[in-house]
Design a protein around this ligand. Structure first.
Ligand code: DQA
Length: 138
């Protein structure tokens, strides 16, 4: 099984960015732990702050790998382009968020991805990613 985690804008700052909301662990350290825990899942990781690069990555892997775990971060709430890309590809996408977006500002309640995602996981801290990985292993 081949899975890819895609993180969107500002998530390169995990560990430093608003740690009360997003925690104090860097994503790389967390990802290495996931790779060790789920060796059969072959979990790769890509991060970009650029909308078009996220779309290009979805196109690149979205007809060959088994699953995508996508935290499009702020683009979740704004990007019709990423939403259309999720709809266009064949690989199932699970939308994840570290924070519970529904308990935050109303602009975070909108998702251009959710309608075409396999499912949405939000609010479990970094564990949201692990729950998404597990959903592909069921
Ligand atoms: C986020 C929630 C988004 O609203 C926010 O813009 C982010 C991170 C999360 O993981 O909780 O950057 O996707």
């Amino acid at each position: 099984m081949k899975l890819l985690i895609i993180n969107g804008p500002n998530l390169n700052l995990l560990g430093k960015r608003e740690p009360d909301i997003y925690g104090s662990s860097s994503f790389e350290a967390y990802w290495k732990g996931l790779q060790k825990k789920y060796p059969a899942a072959e979990i790769e990781y890509f991060q970009s702050n650029i909308e078009g690069e996220i779309i290009d990555k979805l196109h690149e892997v979205g007809f060959s790998i088994d699953g995508i775990v996508l935290n499009a971060a702020a683009y979740t709430h704004t990007s019709i382009g990423i939403g259309d890309a999720v709809k266009a590809i064949q690989t199932p996408v699970v939308e994840v968020h570290i924070s519970n977006v529904h308990s935050r500002e109303s602009f975070r309640h909108v998702s251009y991805i959710a309608a075409n995602a396999k499912g949405v996981i939000s609010g479990f801290g970094l564990q949201s990613y692990e729950l998404a990985i597990q959903s592909f292993l069921l």
